[in-house]
Every structure is written in C-alpha cells, then in structure tokens.
Design a protein around this ligand. Structure first.
Ligand SMILES: N[C@@H]1[C@@H](O)[C@H](O)[C@@H](COP(=O)(O)O)O[C@@H]1O
Length: 243
C-alpha cells in the first residue's frame, strides 16, 4: 500500500483528483469507481474546477458508484443518486446514462444486485476506484463481518453507520436501515484503488488499517491484498497514528 500524507483535507482532495485525472485519457473510455460521504466532496469540487478550467473532459467517462440506500427514492435529496448528481454529475460534461448506481428501489433487490454485479463486469472494472472509510472500517457499505468474497448484496446498516450518516437527515429515524453495496470482492476488481481519509475522527480507523492485520472484522483490511492501493490521508487522521 502506497501512503501519501497531506497537510490538510484540501491537499488530500487535490492528490486524489490527480490520480483520477491521470486515468482519464482522451483517447479511450475511462471507468471511474465513485463513492459518497463527506470525504470525497473536496475531490469532486476539484474535478469540477478542472473541468471548468478546461483541464479535464468527462465525455469519455463511465462511472460505477459503490452503493445506494434501500427504499429511498432517487429524487430524495439524500439518495446517493441525488448526491452524485448535485456534487459532480450536473457540473461536468458527463453522459449520465453512463453513470451507474445501484437501484435501491428495485422491486426485486436480489435481482438488482445480480444486475449490478454483471454491469461491473460489462462496463468495468473501474480503472480507478475512489473509497472513503467508515469509523468501523467499512468500505462501501460492507460492515464488519462482511465476507471478503462478497459481491453486490443487500446489507443491514450498523447502528454506528446510521448514527454517523444521521447528520445528512433530519433525524436518525429517517436514516435507512438497509443498503445495496458492491461487495468486497467487487471492489477489489478495480485496477487501482485510492482510499481517502481526513480528520481526527478517522485516526482510529487509519491506525487499524495500518496495523497490517487482515481480518473480515475490519473490512478495509482486505485492501492489503490488492496490488495497487494508494492511501491518501491528511495529517489530522495520520498524526495520531504516530503518537
Ligand atoms: N457508504 C458510505 C461510504 O462509502 C463512506 O466511505 C463512509 C464514510 O463517510 P464520510 O466520508 O462521510 O466519513 O460513509 C458512508 O457510509
């Protein structure tokens, strides 16, 4: 695992945008694996800035998002479809028909998971996958205990994850209890993975990740088995590791 320590969140976002931009070559289709949450917001702002200044073009970009809440309408402001639309897609010259996100409102969720996994094979795998990390080490919505062999599936969200995400809703009761997520094995198919983390609140998770222990109790530890992972972490999330 390649580790880049940045002075702050802004620099973390710029470095992550650099890696995404490097994969976006004008002569070929580029597949980006994208994530939601607070952490990638700065990266998306940086990608938008680069598009607006003519440094980046998204016409050849296909995207595959990691996850989506179950039962939340696509138009709901907190659906991951709306999140991506508001924070990236609508600001760049993307063909949103090539922007894929699991359908959390599918009548048959099992069938939807199978469809999405097949889609990863069909349009993917991502040239690069952007990942955040949950306090408990979750990636996508793969909570502790998830099998490293898992493909796209429905998960029950851990109470700690619902509490962490409650800040985006008006109350904890509104936070969905289930989600569809790409599995660990699906995520590991990406050619390159970049994990970003910032702030003291992520320091424990980063410390655990860097302990090198590989265990299904800490989903992000699966990344130690991937040949091309870059961790970009700001000082606040990393410094505590040193103390
Ligand atoms: N499903 C998402 C993850 O993909 C994300 O990495 C994590 C951390 O979010 P944040 O970046 O807001 O800390 O939370 C959510 O639950």
């Amino acid at each position: 695992m390649n580790i880049i320590v940045t002075k702050d969140e802004q620099e973390m976002s710029q470095k992550a945008a650099d890696l995404l931009q490097q994969r976006n070559k004008p002569e070929s289709e580029c597949v980006l694996g994208l994530a939601t949450g607070g952490t990638p917001l700065g990266t998306y702002q940086e990608l938008i800035r680069r598009y607006e200044s003519g440094e980046m073009d998204f016409s050849n970009v296909t995207t595959l998002n990691l996850d989506e809440y179950v039962g939340v309408p696509k138009s709901h402001p907190q659906s991951y479809r709306s999140f991506m639309q508001e924070n990236l897609f609508k600001h760049v010259n993307m063909d949103t028909r090539k922007a894929h996100i699991p359908d959390g409102q599918a009548v048959d969720l099992k069938e939807e998971c199978a469809r999405y996994e097949a889609l990863i094979e069909e349009v993917g795998p991502p040239d690069i996958q952007l990942l955040g990390i949950g306090h408990n080490g979750h990636i996508g919505f793969n909570e502790p205990g998830s099998s490293f062999e898992s493909e796209t599936h429905v998960v029950e969200l851990a109470d700690s994850t619902r509490e962490a995400n409650a800040r985006f809703f008006t109350s904890i009761e509104e936070v969905p209890t289930k989600a569809i997520t790409m599995g660990i094995q699906s995520i590991m198919k990406a050619k390159k993975i970049v994990l970003i983390a910032s702030g003291e609140k992520k320091a424990d998770a980063i410390q655990k990740l860097l302990s090198q222990d590989v265990s299904e109790d800490f989903p992000a530890s699966a990344l130690h088995r991937h040949p091309d992972v870059t961790l970009i972490v700001d000082l606040a999330a990393y410094q505590t590791v040193q103390n």
